[in-house]
Design a protein around this ligand. Structure first.
Ligand SMILES: [Zn+2]
Length: 1113
């Protein structure tokens, strides 16, 4: 049948071209029309493949060239042409070659007064114009003048003709040469006027397609710089802005509104950022030649192309496109193992960092303080508030320092209570709407205080007044004992008083120790202040916060508010109220504006400009010695009024998209709230959007702005109190001083008889800070030879984090990992007894300290330096790699290597790993790889975590090796050290869209829980591995048998050591969640729950069963 049809079609087409007989041509056209009207697109494409387009075009040319063209033939022919041309990609080219353009134009001209014939010609022109080359040719031949004649002046007669003509014109204007011609012939004001006529007459919105087509013409012209200039000169901004004002909410006008917005954004005059230079305010004399980041000088051509704006995307998909051409497809590169990157003898220096392998443990016990900075440890863990006047009073007695049981209880409680909170949040948190005041949401059950703080007791109230005194609350870094200044001493006394009155004991935090650590932290700008939240500490909120529901159309409203600055400049204040660059006559407190501050660790606000009474443009600092990477922000704001929505715009962001468009909020910490007993970072802000703005990077030398785009993050905040000091940040801050404080407290909290915890210095950073290295394992059972042997033979696990300073979420995950590993949780104990953990919790301390987002002090991304790091230029990477090389050289390659990161574009937590086969498959480069063997064990850990950790999802994991990632920790440790389980763990800045935390944003509790869960995952990985030691399985079994809690049977029989973990024991109240966990453990070990007597079940359980995850019935 298909064959017959095909040959029949060919005969028809041949006859059509050769026939001179009018009746038979008409009959064939009729037949073709019938044929195509019933078939699918496939039929049309088939006809095209058999020369259908050419046959129709030839017939057109032949018919049109006669002295008096026969419209009885031409009209059905045009209809067929329009239909076929739509599906034929080369139609314009064919029409050009067969000279069909000219004859069609001539016919159109002849029929200006004959609308039916004209309409048919326009249909044909519309398909011709879909090719840019053909469109340009039509333009040369005067098509645009013809079309403009058809559409002007405004008339409501023959609207179908006008609509089609306008659409053809819009199609022609896609060609730059046509657009140029249009500008030169003053089409822009004419089109604007015409659009206005249609707009003002079309009150019933019956002609939206005509209005849209006219706007599309303007949009295409505005791609040229000259087009934008003509548009501005013709008052285009004002005209379209006023048009759109009154119809934003009209759904039927949506096709018009979206184009108007695109034109307004496109034509908004581009300008450089309001900064003297985009180079960071902070520069640091670094060794070596810094790789130049000078912006590429752009040509005029680049500039014209640059203005292709994205669609106005309120409902855009957030999926990130994966690029396949970045995949490494060279099998040799994938599977070859490069040689050592340094002389082998250099590795011996790392022996000193693996004392656990050589030292006798008595020696370690007698020397608890072999960590750094021991001179200030006396500040730690005091249980009373000392007076600053007598620093001796801070000294603790020996018992207090030695820690012991009491401290261990503290550790356990903190971990467990935190996990429990994270859990219960699943059940307690209902999905709430966007919060105008996050504090009220988070603490909605708290009695006592409204946003004005009027219910606070007298003492607190007096302090609340003082809290307005920002100098005091900013906490000078210099301690009173080092200064004779009265003011400093007064400040210190004030702080003491504050701490005494308000501070609740906080686990793993100590303000005095923090102060001591912060004093030693070296910053480029030599910060003298500490941010209050870092000093005072943070308690996670009681429940996780839901993601922000985005209001429909909010981005449009924000963009129009931005455009209004241009249209109504008289409303604009434009006053610089804060700047790091100039010695500013800063902050005249008499004025009503907000006050800003950021000269503290991790702070990076560079400039604040008051735009309107309650609106501020903010610029964040570029990374030190760099001109870019603005994304992270952290600053203080004060002097606010109560119940007023303030709008903030961070106008120099760089990433093209952000989770801020998909439910993420920023974080806020209120000093007054902290003094009221709620020292908590909370998610805050509403009307949040992230979009491309009109700022462009200044091109070197050219003066004019061009090139790289910037993005605006806009948000509104209603502060919880008037005259408060609040801190706003991209994500929960976690400073280097916080890490050093935490490590000290951890070190002192452990039970030294059981936990081997050693903190030492991996190396000094360029900025002169110590990069800590932590070793955690269990003390040997005794000094018997076999116990020492077991101690030294434990496999290594290596974990690193925070190579990217803006990824503070990675530090919170790491905090969870560290606290869990030293805790008295049975799982942690098992982990310690079976592994040695080498942890570098912050690979880029300098970046963190100086408020960088991405880089080191040399302005380079340290996670692109692993291939050949230098000891002088990238010391932390050089020595981290050296330590890994050393472990490899003594046959102690780690089982797992994982580098913790934060991900700004995706939700959940997931792993990136490395697989040759998956990379080649994905790239479809599988030739000659059939004999390639690869261990698939790299998938086991992510699969386990998928079941185990509520925030984790396997579906976002990827095991592809990208060329652009060849110098990252993950790829280098995999390829050079041969660690098949080498990972990057990415945690969203936002939250989860799956699992029990679905719809919730991450709090620090969830991130810390992830860190603990990662450790659990390592244990399950070991239990499931074929090489799992009999000793570990025995211990696991013993732990299980020791567990006799009288929960219901289902829970009891669940399986394994994991149930015995205190994660379960402490959340008895939450049986629902236990069932969830039970379910996943059963799945993990492929165990089917069986209803039977508990006792018999336990009796029958054997070590072998445990290993196979099998339970006898
Ligand atoms: Zn990262």
């Amino acid at each position: 049948m298909a064959e017959q049809e095909a040959s029949g079609l060919q005969v028809l087409l041949q006859t059509l071209q050769s026939s001179l007989d009018r009746e038979s041509i008409l009959a064939i056209l009729q037949l073709l029309g019938d044929l195509l009207s019933v078939g699918t697109d496939r039929r049309i494409r088939y006809m095209i493949s058999k020369g259908g387009s050419e046959a129709l075009l030839r017939t057109l040319v032949d018919t049109a060239r006669t002295a008096s063209p026969d419209y009885v033939i031409l009209l059905p022919l045009f209809r067929l042409l329009a239909k076929v041309g739509l599906r034929d990609k080369k139609f314009g080219q064919k029409a050009l070659e067969l000279e069909a353009l000219d004859v069609t134009l001539i016919l159109a001209r002849k029929n200006l007064c004959h609308s039916q014939n004209l309409l048919h010609c326009l249909w044909a022109l519309r398909v011709f114009a879909s090719s840019v080359t053909t469109g340009a040719m039509l333009g040369i031949n005067g098509a645009m003048e013809l079309l403009l004649k058809v559409i002007t002046p405004y008339t409501q007669k023959h609207t179908q003709v006008i609509r089609t003509a306008a659409e053809v014109l819009a199609a022609l204007l896609k060609s730059k040469s046509n657009s140029r011609r249009a500008v030169n012939r003053s089409y822009v004001p004419r089109l604007l006027r015409l659009h206005q006529d249609w707009h003002s007459h079309d009150t019933a919105h019956s002609f939206v397609p005509i209005r849209r087509a006219l706007l599309l013409c303007l949009k295409h012209i505005a791609k040229l710089r000259s087009g934008r200039e003509a548009f501005l000169a013709a008052q285009g901004m004002e005209i379209l802005f006023s048009i759109i004002q009154n119809c934003l909410d009209d759904q039927s006008l949506e096709p018009v509104i979206s184009i108007v917005l695109q034109i307004l954004r496109q034509c908004y005059p581009k300008s450089p950022l309001p900064l003297l230079t985009t180079s960071s305010t902070y520069s640091f004399p670094v060794p070596g030649i810094v790789t130049s980041e000078a912006p590429r000088v752009l040509t005029e051509e680049d500039y014209e192309d640059d203005s292709e704006e994205e669609e106005d995307k309120d409902s855009d998909s957030e999926d990130v496109k994966e690029e396949d051409d970045d995949l490494e497809t060279d099998v040799n590169k994938l599977s070859s193992k490069p040689g050592l990157d340094r002389p082998e003898e250099e590795l011996m220096q790392y022996k000193a960092m693996c004392l656990e392998l050589s030292c006798s443990f008595e020696e370690l016990e007698s020397k608890p303080g072999d960590d750094l900075n021991s001179d200030e440890t006396e500040y730690a863990n005091h249980h009373h508030i000392p007076t600053a006047a007598s620093p001796k009073g801070l000294f603790l007695n020996k018992d207090q320092i030695s820690g012991g049981q009491e401290k261990e209880v503290l550790v356990q409680n903190s971990l467990l209570s935190r996990v429990k909170m994270g859990r219960s949040s699943i059940h307690l948190t209902s999905k709430r709407g966007p919060g105008m005041n996050s504090y009220r949401n988070v603490h909605s059950n708290d009695p006592g205080i409204d946003s004005s703080g009027s219910d606070v007791s007298d003492i607190q109230a007096s302090f609340l007044e003082d809290a307005g005194d920002m100098d005091a609350i900013s906490c000078p870094r210099i301690s009173a004992s080092f200064s004779n200044s009265t003011k400093t001493r007064e400040t210190a006394e004030f702080i003491d008083q504050l701490l005494q009155t308000h501070l609740k004991p906080m686990v793993f935090h100590d303000p005095y120790l923090y102060m001591a650590k912060a004093r030693r932290t070296r910053s480029v700008a030599d910060f003298t202040m500490m941010a209050f939240p870092d000093f005072w500490g943070h308690c996670p909120p009681l429940s996780a916060q839901p993601m922000l529901q985005r209001k429909c159309g909010v981005q449009r409203i924000k963009i129009l508010e931005d455009v209004r600055r241009l249209i109504q400049p008289s409303d604009i204040i434009n006053k610089v109220v804060f700047s790091l660059d100039e010695p500013w006559p800063l902050q005249d407190t008499a004025s009503d504006c907000l006050q800003f501050f950021s000269a503290f660790e991790s702070g990076n606000l560079r400039k604040a400009i008051q735009v309107r009474e309650f609106e501020y443009d903010l610029l964040v600092n570029a990374d030190v010695n760099s001109t870019q990477h603005q994304q992270w922000f952290y600053f203080k704001v004060s002097g606010m009024r109560a119940a007023v929505p303030y709008r903030f715009n961070i106008i120099n962001c760089e990433k093209p998209n952000s989770q801020f468009n998909y439910g993420m909020q920023l974080t806020l910490y209120s000093v007054k709230e902290a003094l009221l007993g709620r020292p908590t970072w909370v998610r805050t802000g509403y009307d949040i959007c992230y979009y491309k703005n009109h700022y462009r990077q200044r091109t070197a030398g050219a003066g004019a702005a061009s090139g790289k785009c910037y993005y605006t993050l806009t948000f509104a905040v209603i502060f919880p109190h008037a005259e408060d000091a609040c801190y706003l940040a991209y994500h929960y801050p976690y400073t280097y001083s916080a890490l050093m404080t935490h490590l000290d407290i951890l070190g002192k909290s452990v039970n030294r008889k059981q936990v081997y915890f050693r903190q030492e210095v991996l190396c000094q950073t360029l900025g002169g800070n110590s990069c800590p290295l932590v070793t955690i394992t269990a003390m040997p059972e005794s000094d018997r030879a076999d116990h020492l042997e077991q101690f030294r033979q434990r496999p290594y696990q290596v974990i690193t984090a925070r190579v990217h300073p803006g990824e503070s979420n990675a530090s919170w995950v790491m905090k969870g990992t560290l606290e869990f590993l030293v805790s008295s949780d049975p799982v942690a104990r098992l982990l310690r007894e079976n592994f040695i953990f080498k942890i570098i919790p912050m690979l880029n301390p300098d970046g963190v300290i100086n408020g960088n987002h991405r880089c080191s002090l040399r302005g380079e991304d340290l996670n692109r330096q692993w291939l050949s790091p230098s000891a002088h230029l990238q010391p932390t990477i050089y020595h981290a790699k050296g330590l890994l090389h050393y472990l490899g050289s003594i046959g102690r390659r780690p089982t797992v290597f994982c580098d913790f990161h934060g991900h700004s574009q995706k939700k959940n937590v997931f792993l990136y790993g490395c697989s040759i086969k998956e990379t080649l498959w994905q790239a479809e480069a599988t030739v000659g790889t059939s004999n390639l063997s690869e261990d698939v064990s790299y998938r086991t850990l992510p699969k386990i975590l998928d079941k185990l950790a509520p925030a984790f999802t396997m579906s976002s994991c990827s095991f592809l090796v990208e060329k652009s990632r060849a110098s990252t920790a993950r790829v280098v440790v995999w390829r050079e050290m041969g660690v098949s389980r080498s990972y990057t763990m990415e945690s969203s800045y936002c939250g989860c869209n799956q699992g029990p935390y679905q719809g919730l944003q991450f709090g620090t509790g969830e991130l810390e829980e992830m860190g603990a869960m990662f450790c659990l995952g390592l244990l399950v990985l070991e239990l499931k591995s074929g090489s799992c030691s009999h000793q570990l399985l025995t211990r696991a079994a013993a732990l299980l048998n020791a567990e006799e809690e009288s929960l219901d049977f289902y829970l009891q029989r669940s399986f394994s050591v994991l149930l015995a973990s205190s994660y379960f024991r402490t959340s008895v109240c939450c049986v629902h969640l236990q069932r969830y966990y039970l379910h996943i453990f059963c799945e993990l070990f492929e165990v089917k729950p069986v209803h039977q007597n508990i006792k018999s079940c336990q009796k029958e359980k054997t070590v072998e069963d445990l290993k196979h995850g099998y339970f006898p019935k």
